[in-house]
Design a protein around this ligand. Structure first.
Ligand SMILES: [Zn+2]
Ligand SMILES: [Zn+2]
Length: 237
């Protein structure tokens, strides 16, 4: 083992880079790649190493879509933007936090979530804790807009106010950020939401889309009939 994170191919030109705590995804277009999320601070070497394992240089990265401001998704965005020259894409409601012009709102933990938060995040009394290095958001996106690589933005406020998903119709894949997670390869509502009712509505919105693969922020991607599985999950709410 040389320590390189091997990307896992999910579909033609679509890869998971599993960083353990959180997931990064990559999709290929003609001559460039798009990256979804960047892991915790210090993940840039793992991400660039994984890209090189599938034949891509840093210069190939054209855009980095940030699904929301949380540090396990934006942690390495500044370093990656610097090394690749890629454009950072995010929703305006989270952009001010990503650029560190505004302080992040602390998560509202439910009683059920508190023990999980203590295990995963440590000092829950002092959340959200240290924030990653600021990075400039080059492009603010709204619902329905297309990214450079043809990803369709789906606004899904709830987990954070500026949470976005990305639908890739050509690969029947949806990047869900933390609106949906998975446990034992089954979809679950993502934890630590700013507004639980909105978070549930956001999952309902995504369940109306047609996708075979759900690229979740945490847990294994849901592969095969993913939109139907998400619909079945959210019907139980
Ligand atoms: Zn999150
Ligand atoms: Zn997360």
């Amino acid at each position: 083992m040389d320590g390189t994170v091997r990307p896992e191919r999910l579909a033609e030109g679509l890869y998971l880079i599993s960083l353990g705590a959180s997931n990064v995804y990559v999709w290929e277009s003609d001559g460039f790649v798009s990256v979804v999320d960047t892991g915790v601070p210090g993940s840039e070497h793992a991400i660039l190493g994984a890209l090189s394992a599938i034949g891509h240089t840093a210069e190939n990265v054209a855009e980095i879509v940030l699904t929301h401001f949380h540090r396990d998704h934006t942690g390495s965005a500044a370093e990656l933007a610097c090394r690749t020259g890629a454009r950072i894409v995010a929703h305006h409601a989270d952009a001010a936090i990503i650029e560190r012009r505004e302080a992040p709102p602390p998560p509202r933990l439910t009683d059920l979530e508190r023990p999980l938060a203590e295990m995963l995040l440590g000092d829950v009394a002092n959340l959200p804790g240290p924030q990653p290095e600021a990075v400039r958001v080059d492009r603010l996106v709204e619902d329905g807009e297309l990214t450079m690589g043809g990803g369709q933005i789906v606004t899904i406020p709830g987990h954070t106010y500026g949470s976005i998903g990305v639908l890739l119709p050509q690969r029947a894949a949806l990047f869900t950020g933390d609106s949906i997670a998975s446990v034992d390869s089954a979809p679950v509502l993502g934890p630590f939401n700013l507004n639980t009712a909105d978070a549930i509505a956001a999952v309902r919105k995504q369940a109306q889309l047609n996708f075979d693969i759900a690229c979740v922020g945490h847990g294994r991607p849901i592969v095969g009939n993913a939109s139907r599985k998400v619909l079945a999950m959210i019907r139980s709410f």
